[in-house]
Design a protein around this ligand. Structure first.
Ligand code: DAS
Length: 361
């Protein structure tokens, strides 16, 4: 017995001594950090006020991207981050040309092997339009995350730092791939297609009528649903083939409205008009004859709803869409319907094709 122990003990001891090293040797290398590029365009997230008490009084589009990154040193724990200042503009002033320029830069970066994810810092006013546009035209499965803030970084309880931290966390996360363009605001991850600014004075400002896709907590993403509408790689639209966006305007409907705005937009060169209708996208009797005339002249008419918690416009429900050859915007609000119509018009003027596109995107 003694001989057996003398023989076995040293090798067991050696094994015990080796095990921790073996365990260490087997420890996986820490995952290499993702390379994330932040494209800055302006907005409140780059805003500055005169005092910490001013959360609503400030100048947007002041702080450069390097300072935004320096203001959140914890970003370096999430990813290798670098910034580019694409614009420094409040988003209410962005134009179609800005959208195309931004979209083309995103496509170039997405094509680059050393870029794993892209964050776009953006004003909140038209953030939903930019996010939807990119969702339609960027042919990549890499995460593209648009982010803004409701308060300037100089204000007490500013939301921009954490929103940016969440955006980088998502953009560097492989689980975010293939989910279309995303928006991180107020700890939530939204689809760029669905999300809209529903409140203009609270940090909980952005909502999706059908709910967020997930949440970010302490830099970790938690996913609960997937987008089902066509986007990015599954889109028939490609930013690399779009050189301009046709003019599409939105005519708001209300009590006592007449057809003046529709005629004025047509005079201005609109190729389609989004009717931001009351309720189910309804068209007042006083406006129908003008729309019939504009349709006959080749203008496309899209019925959307002005209700702001998620309109739902169906064909031939309250309005004779087949009779007048109108298109319905489904669940897209007027500003998103405008983006989709403008992108669709780069490929088709056919109302039946446009309606298909509204059902699919
Ligand atoms: N003016 C707003 C904009 O740039 C500020 C903001 O809310 O980001 O969209």
């Amino acid at each position: 017995m003694k001989n057996l122990l003398q023989t076995v003990a040293p090798s067991v001891l050696a094994l015990c001594l080796l095990l921790p090293h073996a365990a260490q040797a087997a420890d996986p290398e820490p995952a290499a950090k993702a390379n994330v590029v932040i494209l800055a365009t302006g907005g409140t997230i780059a805003g500055a006020g005169a005092s910490a008490a001013q959360s609503a009084t400030y100048q947007a589009s002041k702080v450069p991207v390097e300072q935004l990154i320096a203001g959140v040193p914890e970003l370096a724990n999430l990813a290798n981050v670098r910034g580019e200042q694409v614009f420094q503009i409040a988003s209410e002033s962005l134009t179609s040309e800005h959208l195309l320029q931004l979209g083309k830069r995103v496509a170039e970066l997405a094509d680059s092997a050393d870029v794993d994810g892209i964050v776009i810092t953006h004003g909140t006013d038209t953030l939903e339009e930019t996010a939807y546009f990119l969702n339609l035209v960027e042919h990549t499965d890499k995460p593209i995350v648009v982010v803004g803030s409701m308060r300037p970084g100089t204000a007490m309880s500013a939301d921009g730092m954490l929103n940016l931290y969440d955006a980088v966390a998502v953009a560097g996360n492989k689980e975010a791939r293939g989910k279309g363009v995303l928006v991180t605001m107020n700890d939530e991850i939204h689809s760029g297609r669905d999300v809209s600014k529903m409140v203009n004075i609270k940090t909980e400002a952005f909502k999706s009528p059908w709910g967020p896709l997930g949440m970010v907590v302490e830099g970790k993403s938690y996913w609960f649903r997937q987008p089902v509408k066509r986007h990015t790689q599954n889109s028939e639209f490609d930013i690399r083939q779009i050189s301009s966006l046709p003019r599409v305007d939105i005519a708001y409907s209300y009590n006592n409205v007449d057809d003046s705005s529709y005629k004025a937009f047509t005079q201005a060169g609109a190729k389609a008009i989004i009717h931001a209708g009351t309720g189910n996208g309804s068209v007042p009797a006083a406006v129908v004859p003008a729309l019939q005339g504009l349709r006959k002249d080749g203008l496309l008419i899209v019925r959307s709803s002005r209700v702001n918690q998620g309109g739902f416009v169906l064909r031939n429900a309250e309005q004779p869409d087949d009779k007048y050859d109108w298109v319905v915007a489904h669940d897209l609000n007027p500003q998103k319907a405008r983006i989709l119509t403008a992108v669709a018009l780069t490929k088709t003027q056919d109302s039946k094709e446009l309606q298909r596109i509204f059902w699919e995107y």
